[in-house]
Design a protein around this ligand. Structure first.
Ligand SMILES: [Zn+2]
Length: 482
């Protein structure tokens, strides 16, 4: 597989020789609820992880460790906590809980590790100590610690600029006792009323960049495969992550490949609080299905900006319906039919080529069209439908059918015949109500210890494609897919 590597400026092969891949993605600073930009970023890495793990990829499925952090202490959080008169760490925790529920609703894979800065302070301090010992950082009398950018002559290699360009083009963070304007904070001395942890430099908290370096290396090793995030993080955040990691580890490579995704726009404009056009994940889930949101994201190549418009979402919603329609039940059909293999090959080729999801989706839409055509012609489509569901699943699309579609697959005539054989009243009931009545009869039979009858009802229903599951709340049933 090849991916665009911001560090090399090329499309580089992903090294899969170890059979495992470590991926670190910068997570949110939970000072507010999550918006669709967060969802878009995680969706892209979710699809990368699903694809790499998929046994159908040319590498036979890789072991992937996916790490994404929470910056649960920082300036914005402290300020927001102050405005809301809430403890900033408690505010962070509440927003993380909400975001994790939304991630689940969006069908996003949970990262294997979701480290939080406040639980990683000793490791962060150890990394800062290693950088100080290497001569690449210094403490000020006020108790701040800064990275010495001039100790790293290749600083700027990720953003493809040099120290002089950066110095003239950037206003360095303000800070007393800095040797050089581009030097950045590794440790910030505590101001009164701020959350603080003890350190060799006095009470304080970590700078933003050092936490990611520490957490990535703790869970993935000194050198790992892929570091991802939005393009807005290239400078200074990711540049600084590299500088810190290499200074602490005697120049050893940090991430081999740096992947950056484009940003979400709303109606062609940058989403921002000041414009007032931020779409929260909650608002998006109120209007659109998780599959539609995902299809919208995957309709653009991950490096492009993604323009959220009502028209684009309507198109994505129709796209999901088209794919789902192709999965509707089909008669057994003639032995000839759709061979899914050429579509599968196109899908794989697109995904291998820099995660080209628009082309991968095009293969799925073409397969869906071929299925619909073949079904209308009375040809066999079962294998092609299985392949379509599998490939859609690699993109994280559930294509869940509605209850109405599920019930449409019930054979109403056969179910009412079964009911009358067993003397279960079914007149005036639809097929679903008749299934409920049959299951009630089964419950009564079990209560009367007539297990032979209970088993007979269950077996007969199974024969009609009704899957019965016994749960603590009683039996639940669904209609089998063929
Ligand atoms: Zn980060």
């Amino acid at each position: 597989m090849r991916l665009t590597n911001t560090l090399s400026g090329r499309v580089d092969p992903l090294d899969i020789s170890r059979g495992e891949v470590g991926i670190y993605v910068c997570g949110v600073t939970p000072y507010d609820v999550a918006h669709v930009g967060h969802a878009m970023s995680l969706t892209i890495y979710d699809v990368l992880v699903r694809y790499l793990r998929w046994p159908g990829n040319p590498h036979g499925g890789l072991r992937v460790t996916f790490v994404s952090n929470y910056t649960d202490v920082d300036d914005k959080l402290i300020q927001r906590g102050h405005e809301l008169e809430r403890d900033p760490l408690e505010l962070a925790s509440a927003n993380i809980d909400a975001w994790e529920r939304e991630q689940q609703a969006l069908g996003l894979l949970a990262p294997d590790v979701r480290p939080r800065v406040t639980c990683e302070i000793p490791g962060i301090i150890a990394t800062i100590e290693a950088i100080v010992a290497a001569g690449a950082a210094y403490a000020t009398p006020a108790g701040d610690v800064y990275f010495r950018v001039r100790a790293k002559p290749d600083y700027g290699k990720l953003s493809h600029r040099n120290i002089e360009d950066l110095r003239s083009g950037t206003r360095g963070e303000p800070g007393e006792g800095k040797e050089f304007p581009l030097d950045f904070a590794l440790w910030k001395a505590a101001k009164p009323g701020e959350p603080a942890w003890p350190s060799p430099w006095g009470p304080g908290r970590p700078g933003w960049h050092i936490e990611c370096t520490t957490m990535a290396q703790r869970y993935l090793g000194t050198t790992f495969d892929i570091h991802g995030g939005g393009v807005d993080l290239i400078f200074p955040h990711h540049e600084n992550e590299i500088a810190q990691a290499e200074a602490a580890a005697d120049g050893q490579t940090f991430a081999r490949l740096w992947m950056h995704n484009g940003m979400v726009q709303r109606d062609g404009e940058k989403m921002s609080k000041s414009v007032g056009n931020v779409v929260t994940v909650e608002a998006a889930l109120d209007r659109w299905t998780p599959d539609a949101i995902r299809l919208f994201v995957l309709n653009s190549q991950y490096r492009s900006p993604n323009n959220l418009t009502d028209e684009a979402m309507a198109a994505a919603t129709r796209g999901v319906e088209r794919l789902a329609t192709a999965l509707a039940q089909a008669p057994a059909g003639a032995p000839t039919g759709v061979n899914p293999e050429p579509y599968r090959a196109r899908f794989v080729q697109a995904m291998e080529d820099d995660l080209a999801t628009p082309q991968a989706l095009a293969a799925l839409f073409d397969l869906a069209r071929a299925i619909n055509r073949a079904r209308d012609a009375g040809e066999r489509v079962a294998e092609a439908q299985i392949a379509l569901r599998e490939l859609a699943g690699v993109l994280g699309l559930s294509l869940a059918e509605s209850r109405a579609e599920e019930l449409a697959r019930l054979d109403a005539g056969a179910i009412s015949r079964l009911a009358s054989q067993l003397d279960v009243a079914c007149s005036g009931k639809d097929a679903a109500q008749t299934v409920d009545a049959l299951l009630e009869r089964r419950q009564t039979a079990r209560a009367e210890r007539d297990y032979a009858l209970a088993d007979r009802i269950r077996e007969a229903l199974t024969g009609l494609g009704v899957i019965v599951e016994d749960t603590a709340e009683g039996p639940r049933w669904s209609v089998r897919r063929d």
